[in-house]
Design a protein around this ligand. Structure first.
Ligand code: NAI
Length: 672
């Protein structure tokens, strides 16, 4: 009897191998699971069945992948290579079994799980949207290493599948030739045993697909794949997809060579800084998810007040994620706009008409606020005005049930100021969503001085239930994310004032690894909003607000929403002028912006806006997109060396002024 696997032989002579990893809600290919699997393969070799069907007993899905813990802190490429060769041997053993083999897939089938399935002769998936197959490895800075890149190495769609890291349904996988059949739940097992008894020839690339797989075709196609990939990511930041393309180009046709190249590449990639930092980000994400672990709070109904940009989108997102939502606004026109935007979101995300309709049915405009009484969570997203918010909460407190979670989406008003209006100020928490709601994964769950800690946990649990990542933060101006982002944005505007062209500033930031340059980001956020936040933070944190920001707002050049800000916008796209080749950019552009952000991060830690460095890094990565391959601002500081980074700040202070004066928190950092 094995701890993680159970082997059963049915009267028709078929072995059913059930995977149910002990002590884990999902199946992962841990070291122990692999060793037991290897032992079972030996048993099967000794007493071969008519066929082998591998399936999962977990509700969540088939297999969620390799145990990422095994890759963390890997430093020796040869140790990684040895591990990869070991797994190659196990999967080869599966492939070489004398009987036909089949993977029966439902739910998640990711990474190493898909590689196990590919080592089987056949694959059947459940035919539903919840069944998703993917190779997410590139997101961890590596590529499929348990034989996946060899067994799938084929024509272009398969390469795109590995390069993109996106998940696909069983039906799409069938179109790719990855899966032999799809079947509804009730017929799944029957279909599996039928397929294994009938043993049709296993799927192989044919026709033009076969042609594209030849060495000359790969040599021709690889540069195209390189170019397409380089448009999305820089090789210096994310080497894995480029390494995959080279591996595909150079080893095609020779399986032994391909396996060896897979192991060598993985050894190099996993021990490199990009993969190590992306693996760190994976665990930071797990940390945010775990903030709500074990909290018993279920919400079915949400009431959102304020149907503007944020409230409308928050309501739509909650309805998309299965909540019944009532949306209240003083003005009907905002409710209509919000419902129209929600409809577009549902169509984009849900595709099927039936599901879109069901989501629309869950979202109810509620101008009179009848939903308040029935809501498990009330989220306020009205104008950023203290008095208006206080009046609203005073009224709300008398109407909501005793267990209703009361939350504000304020971005800059201290929670203590709003909760002054409440008889029970401990009831108020902040749920600070980011714009655009459907894209930004983070929610800052904000506690005021008096907030009940249990309600913070409930806020985190609610955030998870709508598939968002909760970051607990203390109420302090700008909370964490806006506070840290603001000096970075202001420095960029300062550079503009000094005459540095916007595209140069933006290029410096994207070369560092930011998803978008700060000048364009300010335009997209809206210059009026930037100014409002800057004005709030400036007196508290001694920030200087550049004159140009005032001028732009006075001239109603607010960015994308008015068609022009620092750039002009056509169909939402920034028109950036060509650079004057005579212009020599200062060589400390990126440092000026990034070091202001880092210095503010250190100040936030000193003030304990968040509990620790990991939470800070997680917040900034998931709240701003801060270059994930650097592992977060604090990790970046430590990687650069505390002394050296502080020295750089001193240099910048001498060159450019007080705004670079190192925060006193630098001396408290571990290693200082
Ligand atoms: P908005 O101006 O687009 O929407 C505010 C809405 O509230 C309007 O539709 C208005 O009619 C409605 N409203 C005002 N008073 C009301 C009342 N007493 N009862 C019912 N409805 C009322 O504002 P936006 O941008 O959506 O911001 C809302 C809140 O979210 C603010 O506190 C803001 O600081 C915060 N926030 C804004 C972000 C952004 O990027 N816009 C990001 C994160 C938070």
């Amino acid at each position: 009897m094995k701890k993680h696997w159970k082997l059963e032989r049915t009267p028709d002579g078929i072995d059913w191998l059930h995977f149910d990893h002990a002590d884990s809600p999902v199946n992962i290919l841990s070291t122990e699971a692999f060793e037991q699997f290897d032992d079972i393969l030996a048993e099967i070799e000794a007493d071969p069945p008519k066929g082998l069907i591998i399936l999962s007993d977990k509700k969540s899905g088939f297999i969620a992948g390799a145990d990422v813990k095994n890759f963390r802190k890997a430093q020796q490429p040869d140790q990684v290579e040895a591990h990869i060769h070991h797994i190659h041997r196990i999967f080869q053993r599966l492939e070489d079994l004398a009987c036909p083999t089949l993977a029966l897939i439902h739910g998640f089938c990711l990474g190493g799980g898909l590689e196990l399935a590919l080592a089987c002769d056949y694959r059947i998936t459940r035919d539903d949207e919840g069944t998703r197959l993917s190779f997410p490895e590139v997101r961890l800075g590596i590529f499929p290493g348990y034989g996946g890149s060899v067994r799938l190495l084929g024509p272009i769609p398969a390469m795109k599948f590995m390069l993109g890291g996106r998940s696909i349904s069983g039906r799409s996988a069938k179109r790719l030739g990855l899966v032999d059949q799809t079947a509804p739940e009730r017929q799944l097992k029957h279909a599996a045993s039928q397929l294994i008894i009938s043993t049709p020839p296993p799927h192989r690339p044919t026709g033009w697909q076969k042609l594209l797989n030849t060495t000359p075709a790969r040599q021709l196609l690889a540069p195209i794949l390189h170019r397409v990939t380089a448009k999305k990511v820089r090789k210096a930041h994310y080497p894995a997809p480029f390494a995959l393309i080279d591996h595909w180009r150079d080893t095609g046709g020779n399986e032994q060579l391909m396996f060896a190249s897979e192991a060598t590449n993985l050894g190099q990639l996993i021990t490199g800084p990009t993969a190590q930092n992306l693996i760190r980000v994976f665990f930071l994400q797990e940390r945010l998810k775990s903030v709500a672990a074990g909290i018993d709070f279920k919400s079915r109904q949400v009431h959102v007040i304020g149907g503007g940009i944020m409230g409308g989108d928050i309501a739509a997102w909650c309805a998309l994620k299965g909540q019944r939502v009532t949306l209240q606004d003083r003005e009907a026109k905002f409710l209509i706009q919000a419902v129209n935007r929600a409809h577009k979101l549902f169509q984009r995300k849900l595709k099927s008409k039936r599901l879109v309709q069901a989501a629309m049915d869950r979202l109810m405009p509620d101008p009179r606020g009848y939903g308040v009484k029935h809501a498990d969570v009330v989220i306020e997203a009205i104008y950023e005005d203290l008095e208006a918010k206080q009046t609203l909460f005073r009224d709300l407190e008398s109407k909501v049930g005793p267990d209703t979670l009361l939350a504000t989406n304020t971005s800059s008003i201290p929670l203590e100021s709003i909760s002054e209006a409440l008889e029970n100020p401990e009831r108020l928490i902040g749920l600070h969503f980011f714009n655009p709601v459907a894209k930004m994964q983070l929610i800052e769950v904000v506690s005021g001085r008096e907030t009940d800690p249990l309600l913070m946990q409930k806020g985190a649990a609610f955030s998870r239930s709508i598939d968002r990542l909760p970051l607990p933060v203390r109420s302090s101006p700008g909370f964490l994310v806006n506070r840290i982002l603001m000096p970075y944005l202001l420095e960029a505007i300062e550079l503009l004032e000094e005459g540095v062209p916007g595209p140069l500033i933006d290029n410096a930031a994207t070369r560092f690894g930011m998803p978008m340059g700060p000048v364009e980001l300010a335009d997209r956020v809206g210059l009026d909003i930037c100014l409002a936040v800057a004005n709030k933070l400036a007196p508290v944190f001694d920030l200087e607000v550049p004159e140009q920001l005032h001028v732009m707002v006075d001239q109603k050049q607010l960015g994308v929403k008015t068609g022009a800000g620092f750039y002009r916008y056509e169909k939402g796209k920034a028109i950036k002028e060509n650079l004057d080749s005579q212009f020599h950019a200062p060589n400390d552009l990126a440092d000026r912006m990034i070091f202001r952000l880092l210095n503010e991060a250190v100040a936030c830690l000193r003030e304990q806006v968040v509990e620790d460095e990991d939470l800070l890094d997680a917040g900034i990565i998931f709240g701003t997109g801060f270059a994930p391959f650097h592992g977060g601002p604090m990790h970046y500081i430590h990687s650069g060396g505390l002394t050296r980074m502080r020295q750089r700040l001193n240099e910048l202070e001498q060159l450019h002024g007080d705004q670079f004066h190192p925060d006193s928190g630098w001396t408290n950092l571990s290693g200082a």
